[in-house]
Write a protein that binds this ligand. Structure first.
Ligand SMILES: [Zn+2]
Length: 276
């Protein structure tokens, strides 16, 4: 399995001029299985660059793309109208989420339609199917994907992908409960090689102003990583208001408590052999 981060920011892409080592785009990961299946998680603004990459690889890019959405808040779908394969007649896109398939389709049709966007979602040239990931995992090639509900306004879902001994949990747009630990998510994440977790706020910001907003902190990520016995923790959904210095500070605090913690960065790769 090869995992590449095309967007790690939360809420809105970074539009200020300052250089950043963490990247500007919102949530988007590309996962390639050992057999070459392509799974994309979230359609944030990072999806545009991924689409460009796929177009440039031409005939070598897989025809079928599995696009999983954690939920349909703006920062997780904003890249979809700019995703080149959506307009490619030969592309098959399997839109998957843990929401009912018809609801997912309806929401994407609403999102991508005039007057908000000139092209209609349903009129684009790719072939599209819609799938709900329920209690049972889906198997794509040699990879299995399962889902777990998160604590977020209008809901979000975590995904766990596994291939051989390597497993990754993407748990973004979630708020830890007052007890500090989401037991259901801890069970879902048990023993994962990598946990990608919502670290939108510092614990101080969270306590002062952001309780109930549906996002979490690096400190809750460390608690979850320890409770679940994961190998690596990647802090994700990074706050666009935080400078690189702020994020490096957060990373340092997290590493002091969980040495295998790091902030995710756009362009970062996680594979079975890199990053251990
Ligand atoms: Zn978000």
């Amino acid at each position: 399995m090869r995992v590449e981060f095309f967007g790690v920011r939360g809420t809105t892409p970074l539009t200020t001029g300052a250089a950043t080592a963490f990247g500007r785009n919102t949530s988007c990961l590309a996962v390639t299985s050992a057999a070459g299946d392509l799974l994309i998680f979230d359609a944030g603004t990072g999806l545009e660059a991924l689409g460009r990459r796929l177009r440039e690889t031409g005939g070598r890019a897989p025809r079928r793309i599995h696009l999983f959405l954690t939920h349909v808040h703006f920062d997780h779908i904003q890249g979809l109208p700019f995703f080149a394969p959506l307009y490619a007649a030969g592309a098959e896109i399997v839109f998957t989420s843990a929401f009912p398939a018809r609801r997912l389709r309806r929401n994407l049709v609403r999102f991508m339609s005039p007057p908000f966007f000139p092209a209609r979602f349903a009129g684009t040239a790719s072939s599209k199917t819609f799938r709900r990931l329920g209690r049972d995992p889906v198997v794509i090639g040699g990879m299995t994907v399962s889902a777990c509900p998160l604590r977020h306004p209008q809901s979000s879902f975590a995904y766990r992908l596994a291939e051989g001994a390597f497993s990754l949990v993407l748990a973004t747009d979630t708020e830890h409960p007052p007890s500090g630990l989401d037991e259901r998510l801890a069970a879902f994440s048990r023993g994962a090689s990598v946990l990608v977790y919502d670290a939108m706020y510092t614990p101080e910001e969270y306590e002062a102003r952001r309780r109930g907003w549906g996002h979490s902190t690096w400190a809750a990520g460390v608690r979850l990583a320890r409770a679940a016995g994961v190998e690596r923790l990647l802090l994700f959904h990074l706050n666009p208001d935080y400078s690189d210095a702020d994020l490096e500070g957060i990373e340092g605090l997290a590493r002091a408590e969980f040495p295998a913690a790091v902030c995710a960065r756009e362009g970062m790769l996680e594979t079975e052999t890199i990053g251990r």
